[in-house]
Design a protein around this ligand. Structure first.
Ligand SMILES: [Zn+2]
Ligand SMILES: [Zn+2]
Length: 332
């Protein structure tokens, strides 16, 4: 199966956290945490539709200005999710500049700040460039079960962790993944075309088997029941899952939440700032050790674990941290 989501860390693991998730064949991406993103090419930054911030410690949010600056004068809307207090914080960041020239910009750029609370309530507000980024009206929001975004092909959920302040962990889950078997289409005398994208969407929506589908065939158009197409020409498999866990204290309550959020993920990106020998220092600073991160990845049954957020004090011992998480992940 060709993956639809391509995740990669923007920076080396000693630098600021930011996980870029590119969408295959779509000019779109998601970003998890917004540390320094100067290393991202501009065209990739402009593809970001939604940003999911774990918490607003400076190393997770300093890239905001860069994102805003690049987006000015463009017909874009960027939606950012964050923990309690987030709407105000976004407003303060934007209020730190003078915006008297924005009325000349050809297009309006809109920042939508969405604040999520641990009880599943929240609120959002728009900040429009043409309005000098003054806060617009607030809208109350509800996120049952931590569900933040539910689109046709994927959803994003969050889990609140304790980092002496709330820190949000995220899971991006593709709904079922539908592949077209080209050789089967040929056998059925069908040809590729835009109808296939509509067919995929119908399958993902869970439409009934007897739904008539207008298929492009060699002889022209033919109507075939959805169930027959699914059986003969499609491969439907569970979609990809990517989990992102940033700063979090080494507590059992956090462990349980992380394991449940990341269960069965294809990728778990998880902070691993300290080695186990410095577990005390890690606990004082409300961070995980590499060994704990590896054990959590193992308990969650993920396919791959990618550590990040290494403390700069181990700059010359990157391999030690990587080896520690690998060993714990394998259960050795
Ligand atoms: Zn951090
Ligand atoms: Zn932090």
């Amino acid at each position: 199966m060709t993956p639809n989501f391509l995740p990669s860390l923007v920076n080396c693991p000693f630098d600021d956290p930011a996980l870029y998730v590119d969408f295959l064949h779509e000019r779109r991406a998601l970003l998890f945490d917004l540390g320094d993103i100067a290393a991202l090419p501009h065209r990739k930054i402009l593809r970001i539709s939604h940003v999911f911030i774990s918490h607003t410690h400076v190393d997770h949010f300093i890239g905001f200005d860069h994102l805003v600056r690049l987006s000015l004068g463009r017909a874009l809307r960027t939606t950012l999710f964050g923990p309690p207090g987030f709407v105000e914080q976004v407003g303060h960041r934007l209020a730190g500049y003078t915006w008297n020239l924005v009325s000349n910009y050809p297009y309006d750029f809109v920042v939508t700040a969405v604040e999520v609370r641990p009880d599943g309530s929240g609120r959002s507000a728009d900040f429009r460039c043409r309005d000098a980024f003054r806060p617009g009206d607030e809208t109350p929001r509800l996120f049952p079960g931590g569900l933040l975004l539910d689109e046709e092909t994927f959803r994003v959920r969050c889990e609140f962790l304790d980092h002496r302040i709330p820190s949000m962990a995220y899971a991006l889950e593709e709904k079922n993944h539908v592949s077209i078997m080209k050789n089967r289409l040929d056998e059925m005398g069908l040809v590729t075309g835009p109808w296939l994208a509509e067919l995929k969407r119908a399958v993902l929506r869970g439409e009934p088997d007897d739904l008539p589908v207008r298929a492009s065939a060699v002889e022209g158009e033919r109507t075939i029941p959805l169930g027959e197409l699914r059986e003969r020409a499609l491969l439907v498999v569970p979609g990809q899952k990517i989990a992102y866990v940033a700063d979090t204290a080494p507590t059992e309550a956090n462990d349980r939440r992380i394991v449940s959020l990341a269960a069965g993920a294809d990728y778990l990106f998880i902070e691993s700032p300290f080695p186990e020998v410095d577990a005390e220092r890690a606990a004082e600073r409300s961070h995980l050790t590499a060994r704990r991160a590896g054990r959590l990845a193992r308990e969650a049954g993920v396919a791959r674990v990618e550590p990040f957020h290494f403390s700069p004090r181990y700059q010359d011992r990157e391999e030690m941290l990587r080896e520690e998480i690998r060993t714990a992940f394998r259960g050795e």
